[in-house]
Design a protein. Structure first.
Length: 443
């Protein structure tokens, strides 16, 4: 029973939040004249001593005391005597753990937001450097249209921007104070919940005691946003793996974020990217685990909720590592610009520009223009040359109305600059988008 019941091995991570909340609760009890100022001062002093003991590693955590709350309360009694028992007046471990856990998740959200801001800044810096660098854009992992590398990197800035938006939403919703809800029905003591709300940086107290002690939506939201973020990081990691592979060779991985082979001396393996991709499974699994834990619980608190913390703690550790690794990796990646340009040209990714030209200049219906462009691509492939190197004579065999003006649009730089609609890939758009992204995300 001791083994299955104890949570101290993992919930000791809440020690700082537990002590902070206990000090706020004690100060409120003194203010409301529920306990004496003398007892309040002794409690505060004892809690400060316990915090220092935990910080310097001299505190003894005991599984016989089940959790972080009882471990701290037991030690407090050793330090100040019976006055320690007054700290638990007008509260339960149910509202206590809900408060501690919210404080911990809120702190993690703030730290994650800062880390993602740094990752966005890394991408924006590189997007500015590569606003005109040509990259083959893909659909179905088939070369589709030329884009700029800067435009591609800014796509991830937008993804991460949405992740940061979800962080802010989660933080706003969780920032209600459960302390004072008691075991499930509140308390008969004349407590001041607004006082602890202000002391702990919450926006307002929770309005229903039953919900307050049994709510783990904030943990589920955290794991949900973490899962979406991890999927974004995994997609980016997959691109690193592809781009670093021999058939592509778009990027050179830094030695600090890649490994060699134990057998093959020529190898440089994208292990950091592969592990970021793999760890997504852990994060999504943690979300699924807590959803299943919560799905059948009646109001109010059940011991099942003790299973909420390990999945959240592991996810927080995983995200801290993966975001930092991704930021470091992209800070040192170098790009093989000539390789990217050559693939963009060889893939005839300007075929759509030819079709658009046929519509604009020859007044062809798009479906007919699409067919003509496709036939010209097949002709170029048959001759083993790029579309822009076809002769005008060859082109006119398929469409007699084609004139020399077609070669202007077949130039890959011209085609790229023409993509100037809002949100498109033209270099001037990318430079403007970088400025806007700095203002939007880095201020």
């Amino acid at each position: 029973m001791e083994q299955i019941n104890a949570s101290i091995n993992f919930d000791k991570r809440l020690y700082s939040q537990d002590i902070t909340a206990s000090k706020a609760h004690a100060a409120m009890l003194v203010k409301q004249k529920i306990i004496s100022a003398k007892d309040g001062n002794e409690i505060k002093g004892g809690l400060d001593q316990i915090f220092n003991e935990i910080e310097n590693g001299s505190f003894e955590f005991k599984t016989t005391l089940e959790d972080i709350h009882m471990n701290i309360e037991s030690r407090l009694k050793e330090i100040i005597g019976d006055a320690a028992g007054k700290l638990h007046t007008a509260r339960s471990r149910n509202d206590q753990v809900a408060t501690d856990f919210k404080l911990w998740v809120r702190q993690e959200l703030d730290q994650l937001d800062s880390a993602l801001k740094m990752l966005q800044e890394t991408f924006i810096n590189q997007a500015e450097d590569h606003a005109s660098t040509i990259l083959p854009g893909f659909t179905h992992l088939q070369s589709a249209q030329p884009v700029t590398l800067g435009h591609h990197l800014l796509a991830y800035v937008e993804m991460i921007g949405r992740d940061r938006g979800r962080i802010k939403d989660c933080r706003r919703r969780l920032n209600e104070n459960p302390l004072g809800s008691g075991a499930l029905a509140g308390t008969s003591f004349p407590i001041d919940r607004d006082a602890t709300t202000i002391a702990l940086g919450f926006d307002q107290p929770t309005s229903n005691s039953l919900d307050a002690v049994s709510d783990r939506d904030f943990a589920l939201e955290y794991l949900s946003l973490a899962s979406i973020l991890s999927v974004h990081l995994s997609r980016l990691a997959e691109e690193i793996v592809v781009w670093a592979s021999s058939p592509f060779s778009f990027i050179n991985l830094p030695d600090s974020f890649s490994t060699g082979s134990s057998m093959l001396p020529q190898k440089r393996n994208p292990d950091a990217a592969e592990l970021i991709r793999a760890k997504t499974g852990r994060v999504i699994g943690n979300l699924t685990s807590l959803l299943i834990t919560m799905k059948g619980l009646p109001l109010a608190y059940s011991k099942d909720m003790q299973e909420d913390k390990e999945s959240v703690f592991e996810t927080a550790d995983t995200l801290a590592l993966t975001v930092k690794a991704m930021t470091g990796m992209f800070g040192e990646i170098t790009y093989n610009i000539d390789k990217m340009l050559a693939m963009a040209k060889n893939a005839n990714s300007n075929a759509i520009d030819l079709a658009d030209w046929l519509v604009k200049e020859l007044d062809k219906p798009f479906r007919e223009a699409h067919s003509i462009s496709g036939k010209l691509v097949k002709l170029a492939e048959k001759q083993n040359i790029s579309l822009e190197n076809l002769s005008l004579t060859d082109m006119r065999r398929i469409e007699p109305a084609i004139n020399e003006g077609v070669f202007n649009v077949l130039n890959i730089n011209t085609a790229l600059n023409a993509r100037s609609s809002f949100g498109a890939t033209a270099p001037k758009n990318v430079r403007k988008a970088c400025t806007q992204a700095r203002r939007k995300y880095l201020k």
